[in-house]
Design a protein. Structure first.
Length: 220
């Protein structure tokens, strides 16, 4: 079997990647890799509480590798931390690392460049899937998520804290990618076919920081 580490943002695209990888009998997902903003003790960018992240990992039954990042964090610092993760993966007998990127070619090239020379194979389980259909397929399969972060330059702050569901998709303005691949929004997945059990959550305080609007999702 090919042992794979999965870049795990706590959001829907990485969760769906896990779902697809788990269906391949030749792949074992051996680790979830998540970067943590050490200053705020939350998932970087998504701003998800650590306790929720750890509950996700427990529900999917895969070891969680948490990678603390300073805040602010330079690209050089980020890349140095990730090189350490790749070295650990090789030492523990992993062969590949998976990413939940959908269609941004420059991001894929960046991932491939960073992994090059590590001995790991970069794989992209959801790459080039049409996002309108993908978003609907996720919801139809039982994936449940909260909108944790919104870019208010392109999407109204009122979308923060909402459920990622059919109504949400129907009310997205024209030009917004249904999976938020251009950074319009980020999610936290709390139930779905990749989980053994759902995580009871509720929307929390809405705050604006660093030009983004965050919903402080917490345990219900």
């Amino acid at each position: 079997m090919k042992r794979v580490a999965l870049s795990w943002s706590s959001g829907k695209d990485s969760a769906w990647s896990l779902y697809l990888l788990k269906q391949d009998p030749e792949i074992e997902v051996a680790a979830l890799i998540t970067t943590i903003n050490a200053e705020f003790d939350r998932v970087a960018m998504h701003a998800v509480r650590r306790e929720l992240l750890e509950l996700q990992a427990a529900s999917v039954g895969v070891p969680l590798w948490q990678v603390p990042l300073p805040w602010p964090c330079s690209n050089d610092q980020y890349e140095a931390r990730m090189r350490g993760v790749y070295e650990r993966a090789m030492q523990e007998g992993l062969q590949a690392i998976a990413f939940g990127d959908l269609f941004l070619a420059d991001i894929r090239r960046y991932r491939e460049k960073q992994v090059a020379g590590s001995g790991l194979e970069p794989i992209f389980p959801v790459w080039d899937m049409p996002t309108p259909k993908l978003a609907k397929d996720m919801i139809a399969a039982g994936l449940r998520a909260k909108i944790t972060c919104v870019n208010p330059k392109v999407l109204a702050r009122e979308f923060a804290g909402r459920d990622f569901d059919s109504r949400f998709l129907a009310e997205l303005p024209s030009g917004i990618d249904p999976c938020g691949e251009n950074g319009e929004f980020h999610t936290f997945v709390h139930a779905g076919p990749m989980f053994s059990w759902g995580i009871p959550v509720q929307g929390g305080e809405i705050v604006e920081r660093d030009g983004f609007v965050f919903a402080d999702v917490r345990l219900a």
